[in-house]
Design a protein around this ligand. Structure first.
Ligand code: C2E
Ligand code: CA
Ligand code: CA
Length: 573
């Protein structure tokens, strides 16, 4: 009797141990982010664990029910999922695949692991299923942003310039011609002023859709900015010429554009045409040239098409009043520098300052660098200005370090033309040597436009600067051609997220998705992230929570004259 009792107790204890283990396994599975399918390949039994019920609305207990799962996924992923679900038939040990659900945005990753016994007979199989929708949509969003303009669905400026660069290479080899035409809506500002920005945007979008219809073999188009579009035609002739396309556009705009509000808008357009090789031999030159010719055609009166011609172009450039003033300012050295502090997001300690140029013209008006830098770039005046900026900022930094003793980072904006100079690397390093400044304390800010024209040559120079120890930062990220594959190859340390995203992170979920994916991507690449134009506490809190490293913006400080920076450095000592 006591023997029986003993056996019974033993059995009970063993059972308890088993349920205890089962409880632990179940808990572990439940705490995972994904779902598990445990499969018994011999009995064809399946057991669903973890988040299966959250992911799919059917139970599963046998391998033949895999058919239900296969019914859910999109055609493109079907075959690889099928192979994965029956992986033991291939004799493989593990495999991973990603599938999208039919008609949904949802994406799942499946990972199978098969266990075999010594004879190679499959004994167990575990399939782990992960919901990767968020990651996938972030990547898709970033990829889209890299090539397209959000508003019109046309290519964005930078990607267009890159494609045009490929046209140029082809034309070089085959002695072909390329027409580049800018198209601009006459009196667009009036539309915005009288009907509001929403109506203006709608017009830009509808007109952009029409421009898209003109594209095809050897014809590409982009939305340059505001109400300006650009079309490039490879080997133009007959119904594939700028003249022909302009007439097609004229025909379209004879009919009004109908807005959602029911309002009808009649517009006229002007165009400017520049051709390779006559007007320019690089993509950027051609686009700039077509833009200037287009702007001139507006001055001549609306509703016209204007073609590039060299003497007219020279006159045009020289007649620009701002340009002359600029040249005088360079001569008189009428520029000065402001510095805007940047702070680490976590502890709000000073990371460094960005040097921003200021210009007060002879009438004592402050002219914004956003206005005069592009003019200086078009005419080449940026070269002496840029040289002065580097020298002035490095000199200022050396003085501050001597006075206050502690190091920080001085960020300096460098324009594309400066990089193209043969002696850029050497002359920059020489300035650092002259003022005995350590390279790690200087950061150069570049924009993506620097890279699209000639990636190899520019990255070579950037590499030389980095080898010397100077930091490189990619400015205005997100506004142009930000292809991920590109980003990985870039020799940079820091990436600055453009203000246009920061402006909208609180109100717009799409901007949040993009900002978060940029920050995550920057982290995974090992770069530092800086958010620009942070104006309020909510934006700061959000960026802090999202893991952005550095903050710059009016919330903490506007750009300051040097004496105010000194006041600030005094108090942070
Ligand atoms: P950026 O490099 O993107 O510089 C940031 C701009 O954002 C600065 O305008 C700065 O004053 C402004 N900003 C900073 N925080 C806020 C904010 O919270 N709210 C708002 N609304 N704006 C903020 P700034 O100084 O007018 O410069 C405009 C652009 O001109 C710069 O844009 C840069 O591209 C160019 N630039 C300025 N200085 C230089 C220079 O020395 N060399 C070159 N090549 N370009 C320069
Ligand atoms: Ca900058
Ligand atoms: Ca910027």
């Amino acid at each position: 009797m006591s023997e029986l009792r003993y056996q019974l107790d033993l059995l009970k204890a063993m059972n308890q141990k088993l349920t205890e283990k089962e409880r632990i396994y179940t808990k572990v599975c439940e705490s995972a982010d994904g779902a598990f399918l445990y499969c018994d390949p011999v009995e064809n039994r399946v057991c669903a664990l973890g988040r299966w019920k959250e992911f799919f609305d059917f139970d599963i207990s046998e391998t033949k029910e895999f058919a239900l799962l296969l019914e859910l996924v999109e055609e493109s992923g079907l075959l690889s999922l099928q192979e994965l679900l029956f992986l033991e038939r291939t004799g493989e040990e593990s495999r991973t695949t990603e599938c999208r659900l039919k008609g949904k945005r949802a994406w799942f990753r499946f990972r199978a692991q098969v266990y075999y016994d010594r004879e190679g007979i499959p004994t167990d199989k575990v399939i782990y299923i992960d919901n990767i929708t968020k990651m996938r949509s972030q990547n898709e969003e970033l990829a889209y942003m890299a090539y397209y303009d959000n508003m019109t669905g046309l290519y964005n400026r930078n990607y267009f310039v890159r494609l045009l660069g490929e046209y140029v290479k082809r034309a070089e080899d085959s002695n072909s011609i390329i027409s580049v035409m800018t198209v601009d809506i006459d009196g667009f500002r009036k539309v915005n002023d009288s009907l509001g920005i929403v109506a203006g945007d709608e017009l830009v979008q509808q007109f952009g859709c029409f421009i898209k219809e003109l594209c095809g073999e050897g014809i590409i188009a982009c939305h340059l900015h505001s109400d300006v579009y650009c079309i490039a035609i490879y080997d133009p002739a007959g119904n594939r010429s700028a003249e022909f396309l302009y007439r097609a556009i004229q025909k379209r705009v004879k009919d009004p554009f109908r807005l959602i509000s029911g309002q009808e808008l009649r517009i006229t357009v002007s165009a400017g045409v520049a051709e390779y090789p006559e007007a320019g031999v690089s993509a950027l030159e051609l686009v700039n040239c077509a833009e200037i010719v287009g702007a001139n055609s507006k001055e001549l009166g609306h509703n016209t098409i204007q073609y590039f011609n060299a003497p007219v172009m020279d006159d045009l450039l020289n007649s620009i009043e701002l340009e002359n003033k600029l040249k005088k300012a360079v001569y008189d050295q009428d520029f000065f520098m402001y510095y805007q502090p940047q702070y680490y997001t976590g502890n709000k300690r000073l990371r460094g300052v960005e040097a921003l140029i200021r210009w007060r013209d002879e009438d004592s008006r402050m002219i914004s660098p956003a206005t005069f830098i592009p003019v200086a770039e078009k005419s080449g005046t940026i070269i002496p200005i840029g040289k002065w900026v580097v020298e002035e900022s490095v000199k200022q930094y050396a003085a501050w370090k001597a006075q206050f003793g502690f190091p920080f980072i001085m960020s300096i904006n460098i324009s594309a033309l400066q990089y193209k100079r043969e002696d850029f690397v050497e002359s920059t390093i020489n300035v650092l040597k002259k003022y005995r400044v350590r390279p790690a304390e200087i950061e150069l800010e570049i924009t993506e436009s620097v890279l699209i024209d000639d990636f190899e040559a520019v990255s070579e120079k950037l590499n030389q600067l980095r080898e010397y120890g100077i930091r490189i930062s990619l400015d205005d990220f997100g506004t142009g051609f930000s292809a991920l594959s590109y980003l990985r190859k870039l020799p940079i340390d820091t990436l600055k997220i453009d203000k246009s995203f920061i402006d909208n992170v609180i109100t717009d979920s799409a901007s949040r998705v993009i900002t978060e994916s940029i920050i995550n991507m920057v982290k995974s690449l090992g770069y530092e992230s800086v958010a620009e134009g942070v104006e309020d506490e909510q934006q700061y809190q959000y960026l802090h929570a999202t893991g952005c490293d550095v903050i710059q913006g009016y919330l903490f400080s506007r750009p300051l004259p040097p004496e105010e920076v000194e006041g600030m450095l005094n108090t942070s000592l």
